[in-house]
Design a protein around this ligand. Structure first.
Ligand code: PEP
Ligand code: MN
Length: 334
């Protein structure tokens, strides 16, 4: 249920209503916009007297919200959320470029790539340390050493780091990681979202391989209900019957999610396509359809990459793409 307050309501009157609602066992999410304040009621609202609330002098209207997702619902929070990572902002017109290798392989590799993508305009560095691989015989990432090397690259480049966390037991290791990525294989591992909620640091939540948008939003809801509102959603392609691309990039998800949620939405054209030559057109399309950012794999030696070389751009290809993304953004924002 949402309660829309009249414009210019006094703070103490609003607090009185909020306390009254909380005393009925409800969670109240307050969203103060410049024109409207919206109270989002979370919990069992079946016994709440809508007519009584609607009759209060400070209330403009009351609506039932049937969507199962509440905290991330735009009806609860009409203004776009801006996720802030150091000086970098994502959302509400703040476009963010995240780039780096699939996996951290060595200090030279991650530092060289970090400096190259920074020069091209990337604002954050990605790199896997704990890698979710389909085969147990493939490179599994450098794990804790990989995290240390990301810290080195962050120090040298000044770029915040984005890396995947696969298990709740690893949370203590990730305390100083700027953005924790939750991958498509663990998006519905609900133990982890609860833990992620507690850590209060930005989360990059990827859409599960076969998740509907509602399921993605419900995963975000776990994190937000745990108290962490800093969630970035990522469309990274879904499993369909397509045979020549690694996944199917569902770009319609971007404007659809924009309607449903206030959270920032970014696109990963690398994992969506699996092919470096398709990354550029799909990155441009992602920027054109209104995404808040792009996460792209870049490697200084794709032929010898330990993971996902086929979909990795070389630094100079990334630099040229970043330039064209800026041009598309000007048209979209224009
Ligand atoms: C990644 O971003 O490192 C990755 C493995 O991508 P995905 O989980 O989306 O396949
Ligand atoms: Mn990868």
């Amino acid at each position: 249920m949402i309660v829309i307050l009249k414009h210019g309501v006094q703070q103490e009157k609003m607090e009185g209503l909020v306390n009254w609602l909380k005393n009925q066992g409800l969670g109240v999410h307050i969203s103060e916009g410049s024109f409207q304040t919206v109270l989002g009621l979370i919990g069992d609202t079946s016994a709440v007297d809508m007519d009584l609330i609607g009759s209060l002098g400070i209330v403009d209207s009351v609506k039932r919200v049937s969507d199962p997702f509440k905290c991330c619902n735009r009806k609860f929070h009409p203004a776009d959320t801006v996720v802030q990572v150091g000086d970098v902002k994502i959302g509400s017109g703040n476009f963010c470029m995240i780039a780096g290798p699939c996996s951290v392989e060595s200090e030279e590799q991650i530092v060289e790539i970090a400096l190259a993508v920074k020069k091209a305009g990337a604002q954050m560095l990605r790199g896997g340390a704990f890698k979710p691989r389909t085969s147990p015989y493939e490179f599994q990432g450098l794990k804790a050493t990989g995290l240390d090397l990301l810290r080195v690259a962050r120090k040298v480049s000044g770029l915040p780091i984005v890396t995947e966390i696969m298990a709740a037991k690893d949370l203590p290791r990730f305390e100083d990681v700027d953005v924790r990525q939750v991958g498509p294989r663990t998006t519905q591992n609900f133990d982890l979202p609860r833990g992620r909620g507690r850590l209060r640091k930005p989360i990059l939540l990827k859409r599960g391989l076969a998740n509907t948008l509602k399921e993605l939003l419900m995963s975000a809801e776990y994190i937000m209900a745990g108290g962490n509102e800093q969630v970035i959603l990522c469309e990274r392609g879904i499993r369909t019957f397509d045979d020549y691309t690694r996944n199917t990039l569902d770009l319609a998800a971007v404007p659809m999610l924009r309607e449903l949620t206030h959270l920032p939405i970014i696109v990963d054209p690398s994992h969506a396509t699996g092919l470096a030559r398709l990354v550029r057109p799909m990155a441009l399309a992602g920027a054109a359809c209104g995404a808040d950012g792009l996460i792209i794999e870049v490697h200084n030696d794709p032929m010898h990459a330990l993971c996902d070389g086929a979909q990795s751009l070389r630094p100079e290809e990334y630099a040229s793409l970043a330039e064209d993304v800026r041009r598309i953004r000007e048209v979209v924002a224009g």
